[in-house]
Ligand binder design. Sequence first.
Ligand code: ADP
Ligand code: MG
Length: 339
Amino acid sequence: MGRIRVLPEALANLIAAGEVVERPASCVKELIENSLDAGARSVRVSLVDGGITGIVVQDDGCGMDAEDATLAFARHATSKVRSARDLYHIRTLGFRGEALASIAAVADVTLRTREPGAEAGVEVHVAGGVIDPPKPVGIPPGTRVEVRSLFYNTPARLKYLKSVAAEQARCVEVVQRAAVSRPDVSFWCEANGHVVFRTSGRGDLREVLSVLFGVGEAQQFLEVRAETADYRLYGYIGRPAQARARRAQAYWTVNGRPIRSPLLHQAVVDGYGGRLLVQHHPVYALAIDLDAALVDVNIHPHKTEVRFSEEADVCRMVTRAVREALAQANLAPGLVASV
Ligand code: ADP
Ligand code: MG
């Protein structure tokens, strides 16, 4: 008899969880993505002890019926991808169907959800990968996911977490990135009962930046706009004097998805040319919209990296647009000290 065994589902989930849910912030990110994919206009995130003790994400999205609310916890169960072809045209933030199964493998999860037309909502509780039968519950339309005692059954993971303050900062950053990527959605972020920040969802990126950077600083930002047949670039960049000596506060959004890209960052830096002080990093919030077929988001489980089919074109457009925005701002030659 051979030695190879197919892993039981609960064990497979636990292994997958290692990739998808590294820390509370990854959990927050996955839950926010689900809310946005559900068409939420408002997303509320509450953290207890940096998300280690508790994370609640509540939305006013499309909700689920009882059957889906249970199925949502099965691995590779997704309403977002049906065929291989779909993978090349991904418009949703999620698509792997792994997040809820992974989170439920390493935490105690209570999901409450209600479709707008439904008479009542449904509550599903999952702990240690075991799903209790759904029961009816009275809640407003939308979905609320409560995650308790993250990593209670994986002590190695728990030990590897940083301080409550550090984990909270990472969680808040995830909500901030989501808020920047979707000014049209109202975000509310609170930690241990105190509001950290909130945005109105009016669709005004500068307003979101005012919340995150402060009104005075955001007022100084320069608008960037560029459009070609394939791409639309828009957003704001800080003046050279607003650049940071430490790590940059920089946001990239591609097709509504917050991403990290050293390549795009370098394209922005190139646009500043010699205007930046040595070892200083520009602050900015820029977004690119393009045909989903021209960008691949399925390259890492975290989905924070993308690959453009015409990378050089995109970078050239970014560099040029940044350079033009700075040129139009009538900055004094050389470095402008006064902001
Ligand atoms: P994925 O997002 O990759 O599809 P998830 O495990 O994150 O996988 O979610 C599984 C499914 O559960 C989703 O495809 C969606 O149909 C449903 N779902 C999860 N969260 C929500 C939510 N907040 N509102 C409505 N449906 C949700
Ligand atoms: Mg998801």
